[in-house]
Design a protein around this ligand. Structure first.
Ligand SMILES: [Zn+2]
Length: 398
């Protein structure tokens, strides 16, 4: 009896000789400098990503005046408004335009370069997964949207609303950040809130002030100690990471400020710590000083919901068909998966290849992970859109 080829076999066969082509696209993308503030570079990056999308997708380069352009590509069904599977990737890196870190290099096992794993390797996986489905004739009836933004590393200020809009029309989402060291997929992430604390004091000559002075730095020192005492791991981690203030040793500092980073497990933890911070901000230890607190940046928590776990079990079942074993993990850092999660949509992150040391010049990607992750993504897209059925994924949403 002849064994009929299912999508898993077809996808596996398609990728048999694709590693070199994938690495070559990766090299092209890594060599385009695309720091979050480098609009010209990001515009080139958006053009290159759009050009690499399957021709059958409805692809648009979305122009932005102050940020890099962004890319949205949809299959016919998604373009017509069907409930969609959303793929998310970012094209920007943390490395500024004037960095010396500007090369692409490979050795036997690894590829190196700015953004190679965060997340140009993930973009390459997504592009090739869609291309595989298109060439195998499996994509045309699937409702798939891929959105690539250019401002993730600075908090997605310009793309946030667009991500929410696409997520609101999605039954599930995959985010292309790198996998864990052993290929783990991310089912949950902590949330983050960032604040700027500004202390106003009263400046004056240091020689005349004595002990009765409204020193903004002294007040900030008291506040820093009180804020750091709010640390309560694992539910809350708080870090006063930057302090500035004063103009010289002979002057009572009239102003000082601090940047505060908070990571939390659940929204209730965020609210609790915020009310504690408000209490600390209002009470002053140094008479004559006043404080103000500004919300700076952040992303909501991505809890490990039953919806995420159900989506993971679907992906895990597809991995088994490809002879892969995958597990899932909770990650401390934030990504755009947090934004999707805040819309109540089942989402998995870490769907990209394996790598590590991102945000450093030692960033690398494991070359041998590129093809297996693209296979897994392609099969998972096909399965979630056609077999698992959007409805059964949504039913698990609680
Ligand atoms: Zn990233």
């Amino acid at each position: 009896m002849r064994h009929e080829q299912g999508p898993a076999d077809q996808i596996h066969a398609f990728f048999k000789d694709k590693q070199q082509a994938m690495l070559s696209l990766l090299e092209d993308l890594v060599l385009i400098q695309s720091g979050s503030r480098n609009k010209a570079g990001l515009d080139r990056m958006a053009a290159a990503v759009a050009a690499a999308m399957p021709g059958s997708m409805h692809c648009q380069v979305l122009p932005f005046a102050e940020h890099g352009n962004m890319v949205s590509a949809k299959t016919r069904k998604a373009a017509e408004g069907a409930r969609q599977l959303l793929l998310l990737g970012h094209m920007d890196t943390v490395f500024p335009e004037d960095t010396d870190f500007h090369f692409y290099r490979e050795d036997e096992a690894r590829a190196y370069g700015p953004g190679v794993i965060d997340m140009k390797g993930g973009l390459v996986c997504a592009i090739f997964a869609l291309d595989a489905l298109a060439q195998l004739g499996l994509l045309q009836d699937l409702p798939v949207c891929i959105f690539c933004n250019s401002d993730e590393e600075i908090g997605s200020p310009a793309s946030w609303d667009m991500i929410c809009r696409e997520a609101d029309n999605a039954f599930a989402a995959f985010v292309m950040e790198c996998a864990g060291k052993n290929g783990e997929i991310v089912t949950g992430r902590k949330g983050r809130s960032g604040y700027r604390l500004i202390v106003h004091g009263r400046s004056g000559h240091a020689a005349q002030a004595g002990a009765n002075k409204a020193s903004a730095i002294l007040e900030l020192a008291h506040k820093t100690i009180a804020l750091e005492a709010l640390n309560d791991p694992p539910s809350v981690s708080l870090n006063v990471g930057v302090v500035k203030g004063g103009i010289g040793p002979n002057t009572v500092p009239g102003q000082a400020e601090a940047l505060i980073d908070i990571r939390y497990l659940e929204e209730a933890d965020d609210q609790r710590v915020k009310s504690e911070i408000d209490r600390i901000v209002q009470a002053s230890a140094v008479p004559g000083t006043v404080c103000e607190l500004q919300y700076h940046t952040g992303r909501p928590a991505m809890p490990q919901t039953p919806g995420n776990e159900n989506l993971f079990s679907h992906v895990q079942s597809q991995a088994a068909l490809l002879g892969q074993r995958v597990t899932h993990e909770f990650r401390n850092g934030v990504s755009d998966a947090n934004v999707v999660a805040s819309r109540g949509v089942p989402v998995l992150d870490g769907m990209g290849p394996v790598g590590d040391l991102d945000h450093s010049e030692r960033e690398y990607m494991v070359k041998s992970s590129l093809v297996p992750r693209a296979c897994l993504l392609a099969l998972s897209i096909w399965h979630c859109c056609s077999v698992a059925m959007p409805a059964s994924l949504e039913k698990q949403l609680t």
